[in-house]
Each structure stands twice: as structure tokens, then as C-alpha cells.
Design a protein around this ligand. Structure first.
Ligand code: IPE
Ligand code: IPE
Ligand code: MG
Length: 246
């Protein structure tokens, strides 16, 4: 059966963001090392990316490594960075086959050089693709992004490009790492945790939040469809009354 059948194609979220959590607990449950969970998580990434492209989601953003994740044991950080490089090398095919453009947000200069190089290569090879934009949040923290944003705006003021009075929501948006992306419509977090963990604080101002117990390595297209169906059954009022909407 076509797995997209249950969806209303007129009401798809324009931007889905996912906090991919639970790799470590998945591994522990199987009696494996944490790294095996991260490895298995790459299958869930591929399946989710392909399913989003098939459904017609225009923007998918995946939280892959946070600024706080640098505080994990060195060996885990090192293996995660290696996994990033090998996944980029392997998945360029998936991106080209599905006409997907790769984008990255975060403090990318903190990534190992090899990872930066591989990332730039895949970004440039996929830059003409236009069916969907896949954004990887790497060494990403929303507070770091906001600090960077305020510094840029301050510089624009000093350079007399804008005045303080001219600052509005659009100014902020233009100086975030996500400047080319619409606001998040649906934020999914796996593994049962119900927190934001420093992810896209500005961009999720009016997102619908969806939490699932499923651990990230077990996440499949059926779980994605379930989240989107749930999203489509909600009434997004944006501060208005229900009557105003109908
Ligand atoms: C998410 O899984 C992956 C990253 C944060 C890199 P975790 O590694 O956080 O898994 P748990 O939360 O320990 O189960
Ligand atoms: C958030 O997960 C970061 C990523 C999924 C990349 P964490 O597992 O690091 O978050 P906390 O520690 O539970 O808040
Ligand atoms: Mg976690």
C-alpha cells in the first residue's frame, strides 16, 4: 500500500524538524555499545529523508550534534564525527537520486577539518537540487546562533546599514543560520524526552510539538506518517479564535 495515502497533501507541513534522540538507549537495550546505536540511527535517517521527499515535504531539518554534545566522552565525539564523514560519502547517492539539496547549520568551524571538507563537497554537489532541502544541525545550539545573530546585527548598525529602530522580526530571521528556511511547522522528538535541548528556539515559536516513545534507530516511515497525520488533525489558531478560522 502507498504509505502516503493517509495524508492530506493540501495540508503538509512546509518544514519538519526532528530531534533524533535515543540512540544510546537503543544500543543499551540490545546489549551493544552506544556507537552501535548511532550507526543504526543512520538507517532511520535515510528512511526518513527518503519518505519526506516522497511525501513532498519541502524542508527537513535534523538535529545531529549539539553544542552541548561536545561535552560527551572524547571517544564518542570522535566516532560520531567519523560516522558523519562516512555517511556523507555514502548518502550523496540518496540525495542525488531524490533531488535533495544539502544544507548545514551550526558552528561548523568547530567540526574536524575532514568533516567540514566532506560537508562542503556534498553541499556544493547538491546545490542545484530543488525537490527538498535537507538541513543538518551540526555543532548547533540555538543560543550560540542567537549570539551570532545579535553580533551580526550590531555590526550592520555600526556600518550604518540599518538603524536600531529598523530592527524587526525579519531582521532577526535574516541573521539566523536558518535564514533561507521557513519557520518550523512540526517538531518531532523521539525517545520519550519532552524537551527542546537548545534547538531552533526562535524558529519553533509556533511549531506543533510531537513526542514519541520510539527510539531514533527504530523510527520508520510509518512513524513519520503517524506524526504528520497527528499534525494534520490539529487546529493551528495562531492566537485567533476557532470561529475566526472557519
Ligand atoms: C541521539 O541519541 C544522538 C546524539 C545526540 C548525537 P543519544 O546519543 O542522545 O541517545 P540517548 O539519549 O543517550 O539514548
Ligand atoms: C539533543 O539530544 C541533541 C541531538 C539530538 C543531536 P541530547 O540527547 O544531547 O539532549 P539531552 O541531553 O537529552 O537534553
Ligand atoms: Mg539523548
Amino acid at each position: 500500500m502507498d504509505f502516503t495515502k493517509q495524508l492530506n497533501t493540501d495540508k503538509l507541513p512546509k518544514h519538519i524538524a526532528i530531534i533524533m534522540d535515543g540512540n544510546g538507549r537503543w544500543a543499551k537495550k540490545q546489549g551493544l555499545l552506544r556507537m552501535a546505536g548511532h550507526q543504526e540511527g543512520t538507517t532511520a535517517v535515510r528512511e526518513t529523508v527518503e519518505a519526506c521527499a516522497k511525501i513532498g515535504i519541502k524542508n527537513l531539518t535534523l538535529y545531529a550534534f549539539s553544542t552541548e554534545n561536545w561535552n560527551r566522552p572524547k571517544i564518542e565525539v570522535r566516532t560520531l564525527m567519523k560516522l558523519l564523514v562516512s555517511s556523507l560519502k555514502k548518502e550523496i547517492k540518496t540525495l542525488m537520486n531524490n533531488n535533495i539539496k544539502l544544507n548545514a547549520i551550526g558552528c561548523l568551524k568547530n567540526l574536524p577539518e575532514k568533516a567540514q571538507k566532506e560537508l562542503q563537497e556534498v553541499i556544493s554537489k547538491t546545490s542545484e537540487n530543488n525537490h527538498m532541502t535537507l538541513t543538518l544541525a551540526l555543532s548547533y545550539g540555538s543560543r550560540e546562533e542567537l549570539i551570532n545573530c545579535f553580533q551580526e546585527i550590531n555590526k550592520a548598525i555600526q556600518d550604518k546599514e540599518i538603524t536600531v529602530e529598523q530592527i524587526d522580526e525579519n531582521t532577526i530571521q535574516k541573521h539566523l543560520y536558518t535564514k533561507n528556511l521557513p519557520d518550523v511547522d512540526l517538531l518531532i522528538r523521539t525517545s520519550g524526552e519532552q524537551r527542546i535541548s537548545n534547538f531552533l528556539l526562535w524558529q519553533i515559536a509556533y511549531a506543533e510539538l510531537y513526542f514519541t516513545q520510539t527510539l531514533w534507530p527504530d523510527f520508520r516511515k510509518e512513524d513519520l506518517v503517524e506524526a504528520i497525520v497527528n499534525y494534520q488533525n490539529r487546529e493551528r489558531r495562531f492566537g485567533k479564535t476557532s470561529e475566526q478560522l472557519s
